[in-house]
Design a protein around this ligand. Structure first.
Ligand SMILES: *Cc1c(COP(=O)(O)O)cnc(C)c1O
Length: 419
């Protein structure tokens, strides 16, 4: 097999031309600012698509999560003193196998993330482990839950557990725009939800994000906070701290031009997933699980290698080694082999409870066996689901623009690792 001349990427922006029309309009009308028609339109479309009443256009999804976390904190615990966070010293239950942007804002506000293990059947937050967490810490009032790779987990059950315990839910739907569970859009389950237009997401503005809510008070507050918290006065008047988080009207032009292609992108991503599933049908692997009643957006295809076909693999914080065995492989071998052909894969998002900065934080599993042992599965105690998926799983090249021929070669390369 030949090395790919043109690199095969994990996920890159896919432009269509209409984006430039709206960017041009912003330029010609001189709305080169954080005000303008493109922002208004993005907010209208985002709210409509997600089936939420209000969307607030922001500089990124992380900003949306921050404003959500701050608002939730003030609602639950009152307004903090000026230089204190809204969650100062409070525990917050957070997804464990996610990108760290999901919970960074909890830390910005002084909260203490407590990580909830992942469910093997969905690769998302385990509702059983969440229920257990509430038994251990009944005082907790906030849950931040992300959908992984565009494949919804049981966010409906997560929501029900939150309601039972009187907790607010923040849904990080950054990766899951357009995905549904029982016909309901991801981004519509949370009391607050966030979506992302980052460059590698299903549609993009090069950057940007929205906060989604059904509560007009939340939307108004987020708009105010995102524009430096100016009071309604003739001069700059301030009663609370503000942020420069508003979406640019130029970025909004790109997002506006992308929205009509959301369904097309999802169809392309689904075709990529289906081709992998076919290509690996006779291998000892499984693709990302699809929960019954869900329709993913298929943003990133990923797979997990069956335990008995894993060769020995050891990782420290910065590197990985493996011992090749006939008929067996591991994510490290597959990723290195793909790279040698100029194709980009990626390890599964490393679980938060395994990150150096969170080593001392609590991690709650379904059976309560406590903190991770990275090699838990070797001992037969598969209680740390996140560590296990990280050990055996990997993200596959999932770029919309990869051709069927290119993907056929990617599949052949991966199959060769099982020789
Ligand atoms: C990309 C991503 C974010 C951050 O989105 P930005 O718009 O880049 O801030 C947050 N959470 C998850 C799960 C993501 O994948």
């Amino acid at each position: 097999m030949k090395r790919f001349e043109k690199k095969i990427w994990l996920a890159t922006p896919t432009m269509h031309g209409e984006e430039m029309k709206y960017v041009q309009q912003a330029y010609e009308t001189n709305w080169m600012s954080t005000v303008g028609e493109n922002i208004n339109e993005v907010e209208r479309i985002a709210a409509e698509k997600a089936e939420m009443k209000y969307a607030v256009g922001l500089s990124c999804c992380t900003a949306a999560l921050h404003l959500a976390v701050k608002h939730a904190g003030e609602t639950l615990y009152g307004k903090p003193a000026i230089s204190h966070g809204a969650l100062e010293g409070k525990r917050v239950f957070c997804s464990d196998m996610t990108f760290d942007a999901t919970l960074n804002p909890v830390v910005y506000e002084g909260g203490i993330p407590v990580f909830i293990d992942t469910e093997a059947e969905s690769w998302n937050m385990d509702p059983v482990a969440l229920e257990r967490a509430f038994e251990l810490y009944p005082e907790v009032k906030l849950v931040v839950c992300a959908e992984l790779y565009g494949f919804p987990g049981r966010i409906d059950l997560i929501k029900a557990v939150c309601e039972k315990h009187g907790a607010l839910l923040i849904e990080d739907a950054a990766e899951a725009m357009g995905a549904t569970l029982y016909g309901k859009q991801c981004g519509s389950f949370g009391d607050y939800s966030a979506i992302s237009y980052n460059g590698n997401k299903i549609i993009t503005g090069s950057a940007g994000g929205c906060l989604l809510t059904n509560d007009i008070e939340v939307a108004n507050k987020a708009r105010k906070w995102s524009t430096q918290a100016r009071e309604n006065a003739p001069w700059y008047q301030h009663e609370e701290v503000g942020y420069n988080y508003r979406m640019s009207n130029v970025v909004a032009g790109v997002v506006r031009g992308q929205y009509p292609y959301l369904e097309e992108h999802i169809a392309q991503k689904k075709a990529i997933y289906d081709r992998y599933a076919d290509g690996f049908a006779d291998l000892p692997v499984h693709m990302n699980p699809i929960v019954e009643g869900s329709e993913p957006n298929y943003w990133l295809s990923a797979m997990i290698i069956d335990r008995e076909c894993m060769c020995k693999q050891v990782r420290d914080d910065f590197s990985a080694l493996y011992v090749k065995e006939s008929g067996k492989t591991c994510p490290t071998e597959i990723l290195e082999t793909l790279a040698s052909y100029n194709a980009e894969g990626r390890p599964i998002w490393k679980p938060m409870h395994m990150q150096p900065m969170y080593r001392m934080h609590e991690f709650i599993t379904r059976d309560g066996s406590g903190r991770a042992k990275t090699n838990a599965y070797i001992a037969g105690a598969v209680s740390d689901v996140g560590a296990d998926i990280f050990e055996r799983g990997l993200c596959l090249p999932s770029d919309n623009k990869m051709t069927a021929e290119e993907q056929a070669q990617v599949i052949e390369i991966i199959r060769s690792c099982f020789d």
